[in-house]
Design a protein around this ligand. Structure first.
Ligand SMILES: [Zn+2]
Length: 64
């Protein structure tokens, strides 16, 4: 599953999920976000490679 590049609420627990702190999945024709805590039980920090990747992707989208 890919990390979310866009923030949004986890459809599972309702937690606000910043870029990289969740996964997105296709559902009923749109995308929804599931936080990593719900998906795998892990608690992420800014040092997580997936979080870094998403933050860099967001920054590049802004810079472009
Ligand atoms: Zn959740």
């Amino acid at each position: 599953m890919a990390r979310n590049k866009y923030p949004g609420r986890c459809y599972c627990c309702g937690t606000w999920t910043p870029p990289g702190y969740g996964h997105f999945e296709r559902h009923a024709g749109h995308w929804r976000i599931k936080c990593v805590k719900c998906a795998s039980g892990r608690v992420l920090t800014d040092k997580d490679p997936g979080v870094k990747w998403a933050q860099r992707a967001v920054k590049e989208a802004h810079d472009a």
